[in-house]
Structure formats: structure tokens, C-alpha cells
Design a protein around this ligand. Sequence first.
Ligand code: NAD
Length: 424
Amino acid sequence: MTLPALPHEMDNHTFRLAVAQFDRAAELMNLDPNLRQRLKLPDRSLVVSVPVRMDDGHVEVFTGYRVIHDSSRGPSKGGIRYHPEVNLGEVAALAMWMTWKCALAGLPYGGAKGGVRVDPQKLSRGELQRLTRRYAAEIFPFIGPDKDVPAPDVGTDAQVMAWIMDTYSMQVGFASPGVVTGKPLSIGGSLGREEATGRGVVYVTLEAMKHLHLDPKKATVAIQGFGNVGSHTARIMHEVGAKVVAVSDHTGGLYNKNGLDIPKLLAASNDHGRPLGDIKLGDRITNENLLQLDCTVLVPAALSEQITEKNAAKVNCRILAEGANGPTTLEADQILHDKGVFIIPDILANSGGVIVSYFEWVQDVQRFFWKEQDIRDRLHEIITSAFHRTLEFSNKQKSGMRMAALMSGIDQVAKAHLARGLYP
Ligand code: NAD
């Protein structure tokens, strides 16, 4: 059977990476060819124009996207990214990864992602609010607690979610906290959501260390990206006794071979509000050099395709814990595998965010809120059992962790499709 060509409007390198990973996993698991065609492309892709009145009075039109890759197992779930390079292909790739991620963790969700092509740093607070509200209004028919539930991603935060929640609630005529996750606590957010992705990265890394007989107290950690994921990963790694030797953001990085003073660094960065380039709490290091540091754990927690065939041979870590989505290309993956790097793939390593988003949604829908310790315990239980299922599957199939995680997620989605059948 010939498989469909990728729609040209989606055909970019990130989407090609997601599809190539899917194809490899589908081949290994001998996936039904009809399902293979169906799962390669998203259910629904929305492109919207977002006109915004800027502070100086002129109107600027931004392009926004919302892609729902699959909703066979429940409402679709996925973040919203504000970044100047956002495009349909990238959003479609991220939506596909969300589908496998939710299925791997056993959450009753499908996968989606959204974004607006904009540099949020260049907008005033008022412009950012108007942009968010108009984008929310444009995607309004497709989102909702039972339909599609957005969350924060690169360039968006709890405040942006609050504006989306408010815009949606104004349209339906009542408060609807379950329409987004990652909200402020005052409107139905969950304790532990903000740190959840970083905490999940640490939980699975500790499991990997146990498996490899490594002592966390003797481990060194390098982290690329010091936003939501990177900064909480750094803080919690430091709390469990690992030595965080390097961190970076878009302005470059800081390095100290004896370990950075993470609490001091977090305070100086105003909880990742101030760029690391302005802070003098370590030696300067470039993002490129950070990725090549000799360390126990490397955590890419910024953007995708940072580890490629060009630099993979120089990566010098024992464990690669992918905080970011799609940080490693397929070619780089093979090189790392051959070097014996233990990879905790993105759909497993960074699933703490969507797991606690699920808890937030459950709490909103039930109007019953949990204690922070309950959130941490349940996150630990779900993410570590996903880790061990993946490890077992990887040993059984003699495949790497990435393919094992993908196959396990795809298998759950395939079962849902086969049970439901093809409509009409
Ligand atoms: P964020 O916007 O809070 O932070 C992004 C960080 O990356 C910032 O420190 C920024 O300076 C840095 N950065 C940007 N460009 C860079 C570059 N070229 N080199 C080095 N650093 C650069 O975003 P986030 O929410 O922390 O997301 C980071 C990654 O984690 C993304 O891939 C995202 O999809 C993924 N992720 C996020 C969540 C979540 O809950 N926020 C969940 C799962 C996965």
C-alpha cells in the first residue's frame, strides 16, 4: 500500500521527524496499514488570523494554529506555544507527540497542540492579553473541557491560560475552569502543576539511575533551557543532591564544575524571569558547549532538534533526559544509542506536565481539590510505572527506550481505533 505524501503545508523538518519516528515504530510493531495511514496525519488542523490592536493604534495580524492529532481515547490535550518560528508543521508534530505521550502515561486523552507565530517578549502586557483573547475566540468552537483542553508551552504561562479561561467562560456564560490547565490557583489551577514537568524529569531520571546503579549524590547534571521545565528540573535535581554544573537559556549559559548555587541562581534570575546572560554566578558557557559537557545527566529543556548528527558524537552524558519535545533528531538518536547513552525519550521524560494537567482537569470537573503531597505521590506512581513499562518493553523488543515508548503509546491508540471502528 502506498502511504500518502505529507500535505505540503505541514511539510517541515519537525513534522518529518515526528512522522519518521512514527514510521519506524509502526514498522517494528507491524501496525495495521490502514491505521498507519490514519495515524500519520492529524484529525483536524485549524489556521486562524489573529488581528490585534497594538498600543500605538495600528492593527497587526498574527497567524495562529490549533492541531488536533487524535481524540479516539478522550478529549485532546496539548500546550499553546508563542514563538516567532511557530508553523503548522511544528504544531502538527507536537500534537502527534502529545497523542503518544498521553497514551503512554495511560491518560484518557488524545493529543493536540496550538501556537501563535509571535515573539511575546516584544508585546506589552495589554497587547499580549488582546492577542490571547482573540486567538482564544478564533479557536473557541473547537476547545472545551470535553473537547480539547489547552495548556502552557514555550512562551505562554498561567496568566495566558487565565485569559483563555476567561474568554471561553464569557462566551459560554459561566465559569469553565476545565477548559485549560496550568491556570492560577485562584481560578481552579492545581497545586504542583507549575513544577510538574521538571519534577517528572527528575523522577524518571532517578529511576534510570537506579537501573544503571548510579548514585544521584555523585551525579553531575547539565540543563539546556532555564524556563518552566529547565528551572524546576534544576531546583529539584539540586534538592535531591545531584550537582547541577551547567544551565543555559537563549542568552547563553553558566558553568561551575563544582556545582552551581541553584537557589541563589533562581533568586537572581527572579524565578527564570531575568536572562542568565545578565547574571554572574558561574563561568560563561555557550549552548553548544553545554551539550558536549562530560556529565552524568544531560537535560535538553529548550527547543526541538538541538542534538543532531552534527553534534551527537560529541555528547558526553550517561543519561539523556529529554525535557524538551523532539530535542534529538533520528540520526542523532542512533549515534547516541551506539555510544551507549541511556535515553529517556521526551514522551516519557516530560510527561509530568500533562499528568498533573490531567489531575488539574479532574479536580476542576469534580470541584474537589487535592493536597500537594497527593499530587506528587500520584505523579510519581504514574510516571515511574510508565518508565518501568517502557524499560520492560524495550528489553523484550530489544529496542531502545524511544522506540519502546512510541510503540507502547501507539499500541494503546491503535487499540482504541480498532475498538471504535471507522466512522461512518
Ligand atoms: P519556557 O518558555 O518556559 O522556557 C524555554 C527556555 O528555553 C527559556 O529559558 C529560553 O531562554 C530557552 N531557549 C529558547 N531558545 C533557546 C536556544 N536557542 N538555546 C537555549 N535555550 C533556549 O518553555 P518551557 O515550558 O520550559 O518548555 C521547554 C521545552 O519543554 C519545550 O520543548 C516544551 O515543548 C517542552 N515541554 C514543556 C512542558 C511544560 O509543562 N511547560 C511540558 C512538556 C514539555
